[in-house]
Design a protein around this ligand. Structure first.
Ligand code: NAP
Length: 246
């Protein structure tokens, strides 16, 4: 599958649920032919069904970001895109003194190395066309840190640094590279942590007084991929209700 000359193509990783699914829906509404990924065949089929209900000709693909062969499987199928959204991400929370190398490495593999591989691959087509956009989904935790999330914070801070470097490398070819850093959003990722007292205490720290919705994040990604945002690159846009204003 390559880029259609008339309709721009977007690829969203981790589009089977949560923030990625909201981004997939927003980009379909924006007129992109959207490809989305899931780790399972069922998830991939659900994405294809979702897209067909939105009258979109894109489809779901199985993608495991934790290793190089997952990357090759995906790029063999979706060969070129105009917009890349690296959203797939995982947590493996544990206090540093108890965290094994495996938990640190798994989070870095999925959250940082996989987006590097995808950017490297899809930039080639964008460089030839002298146009394209990349959005990496980071986190407020990159800036604030969080107990139990040394691995996650490192992966997201790394992602933001990579965004700034890539933006400098490809800006002259009219390619934008940005990050969106959500605060706390109600999804499966946060369903166990954002409850009870913890949730109440968190809400007290958010000036807008609520956790984010997946649509809040999707709206910012949609803007960054729009014609209105062609002069924005190397930025990390916070979408956190004011939780962190630095
Ligand atoms: P989620 O609900 O847990 O969904 C995660 C998505 O990533 C799913 O589509 C999942 O696919 C996919 N995924 C998981 N492991 C993968 C792997 N090894 N390879 C490829 N895909 C994989 O997460 P979310 O809350 O929507 O988070 C999306 C992004 O936003 C992540 O990068 C996360 O770090 C970031 N973020 C989230 C929050 C928050 O409060 N929720 C805050 C800040 C940043 P399957 O369905 O197949 O498992």
């Amino acid at each position: 599958m390559s880029t259609n000359a008339e309709q721009p193509t977007a690829l969203v990783t981790g589009a089977s649920r949560g923030i990625g699914l909201a981004i997939l829906r927003a980009l379909a509404k924006d007129g992109f032919l959207v490809h989305g990924t899931a780790t399972t065949n069922n998830g991939s089929l659900r994405i294809t069904k979702e897209l067909s209900e939105l009258d979109n000709k894109g489809s779901g693909h199985v993608y495991d970001a934790s290793n190089a062969s997952g990357h090759t499987d995906l790029t063999n199928t979706v060969t070129e895109v105009d917009a890349l959204v690296c959203n797939a991400g995982i947590t493996k929370d544990m206090l540093c003194i108890r965290m094994g190398d495996d938990a640190f490495e798994q989070v870095i593999d999925v959250n940082l190395i996989a987006p590097f591989r995808l950017a490297k691959y899809y930039l080639r087509g964008m460089l030839k066309k002298r146009r394209g956009s990349i959005v990496m989904i980071s986190s407020v935790i990159a800036a604030t840190g969080n107990p139990g999330q040394a691995n996650y914070a490192a992966s997201k801070a790394g992602l933001e640094g990579m965004v700034r470097s890539l933006a400098r490398e490809v800006g002259s070819r009219n390619i934008t590279v940005n990050a969106v850093a959500p605060g706390f959003v109600d999804t499966d990722m946060t369903s166990r942590s954002l409850v009870g007292d913890t949730r109440e205490k968190l809400l007290e720290q958010i000036p807008l007084g609520r956790v984010g919705t997946t649509q809040d994040i999707a709206a910012t990604v949609s803007f960054l991929l729009s014609a209105q945002a062609r002069y924005i690159t190397g930025a990390t846009i916070p979408v956190n209700g004011g939780l962190n204003m630095a």
